[in-house]
Design a protein around this ligand. Structure first.
Ligand code: GTR
Length: 393
């Protein structure tokens, strides 16, 4: 698996796939209009956005990109399998919770790792990471402490910090992705608009939210869903679908995450569907080398997070994820925040490297370095949360 990843990264760096990295070669394109309904009604009010355009856009993404999100299941059971009230040298209360969801006589188990600050007087805001890296990054025993999930720092800042491993919901493999959430919804596998791995990861984030709703330590109205790269595609889809998430972070999510597909800069739809045929609905393959035919683009997904705060990031060396196209996408989404009378403070041109813009509702930074999720990134997410939810402690 590691070998494959190294080969893939090597291919990207020597541009074996022939992707475009030259801004001058980006052909002119027209983005679908965020604020024009299918029946050509101009959307100018929150009411029309929420009643007409938002549901339309959600359906477009279900139909063409991520697949239908199943909402029904027979049963959900939460069981605390492990606990340590003196974790992190007494600073945190660790809970290891199994979330077992049953439908169609099949059960999927999502294993949640959750640290809550010790001695809290009231329920606290929480961050939830969809972990798409090694499980050691979110270790409950803290044998490994990595910037990918700097739980100690979050606890210090007064937040609960949680994670689940994405493979619990859907293994990230084209032959085995169905051995998770999709066992509960087998009909999705043969449907053109059936969800696949990214949909399953987002679905699992919503089940964690179901758990948070009944954990008295957590303020479920203040939960931020966080994802990096493929996990960042899932965090966006989770927040778009499930408005119980109060805030969303999409870190270096690139193609079919936060960046604009119409630009065909860096990774393209054809490339992503070829490398990862198990991520998106089969219908999405119709748009391989046919971005013009897409009735949507990713700015419309970002807009579905409105009016909730959204943090979008890039890394300076990560051209594969198209930083410029990501920023343009976020700027387009401002139109919907404006309907809510929320003014974005993002500058017209992309900010310089390591110059975060952290004011709600729309935050952005491009960090120096490579495609990654680091402690630097988290430090900015904490600032946005402090700003939005009110400083902790
Ligand atoms: C790459 C993929 C990107 C991104 C990344 C990751 O191989 O092309 O879209 O998802 O993986 O998840 O790290």
């Amino acid at each position: 698996m590691k070998k494959l990843l190294i080969i893939f990264l090597l291919c990207i760096s020597v541009n074996v796939f022939g992707q475009n990295y030259d801004e001058a070669k980006v052909a002119a394109y027209t983005l679908p209009d965020l604020l024009m309904s299918v029946n050509k009604k101009k959307i100018t009010t929150v009411k029309d956005w929420e009643n007409i355009r938002r549901p339309e856009i959600l359906s477009l993404f279900e139909e063409n990109v991520y697949g239908k999100m199943p909402r029904q299941f027979d049963n959900i059971v939460f069981e605390v399998k492990g606990e340590n009230k003196n974790a992190m040298n007494g600073k945190a209360h660790l809970k290891e919770v199994e979330i077992a969801v049953t439908s169609n006589k099949k059960t999927v188990r999502i294993n949640l790792i959750l640290f809550v600050p010790s001695k809290i007087k009231e329920p606290v805001a929480a961050f939830l990471l969809i972990n798409n890296r090694g499980k050691e990054n979110t270790s409950p025993n803290r044998e490994v402490i990595s910037g990918f999930w700097p739980a100690e720092r979050l606890i210090e800042a007064g937040y609960a910090i949680a994670a689940f491993h994405y493979s619990d919901a859907a293994p990230d493999n084209e032959d085995t992705f169905q051995n998770g959430v999709l066992r509960l919804y087998p009909e999705q596998l043969s449907a053109g608009d059936g969800m696949k791995a990214v949909g399953a990861w987002a679905w699992a984030a919503s089940r964690v939210m179901d758990y948070f709703k009944q954990d008295k330590d957590i303020d479920a109205s203040k939960v931020t869903v966080v994802g990096h790269s493929r996990g960042g595609k899932a965090s966006l889809w989770a927040a778009a679908q499930d408005t119980r998430f109060a805030m969303c972070v999409t870190n270096c999510s690139g193609n079919t995450g936060a960046s604009l597909s119409h630009r065909r800069f860096g990774e393209t739809i054809e490339r992503i569907n070829t490398s990862f045929p198990h991520w998106f609905a089969d219908n999405y393959k119709k748009y391989n080398s046919n971005e013009k035919g897409l009735p949507l683009d990713q700015h419309m997904l970002l807009a579905l997070v409105a009016p909730r705060p959204l943090y979008v990031t890039n890394a300076s060396q990560d051209l594969w994820a198209d930083p410029k196209g990501t920023y343009l996408s976020e700027k387009e989404a401002e139109k919907v925040y404006r309907l809510y009378k929320l003014t974005s403070s993002l500058p017209v041109s992309p900010p310089a490297v390591n110059m975060p813009f952290v004011k709600p509702p729309l935050a952005y930074h491009i960090r120096e370095g490579k495609h990654d999720l680091t402690e630097y990134d988290w430090a900015q997410f904490i600032k946005l949360a402090d700003n939005h939810f009110g400083k902790k402690k």
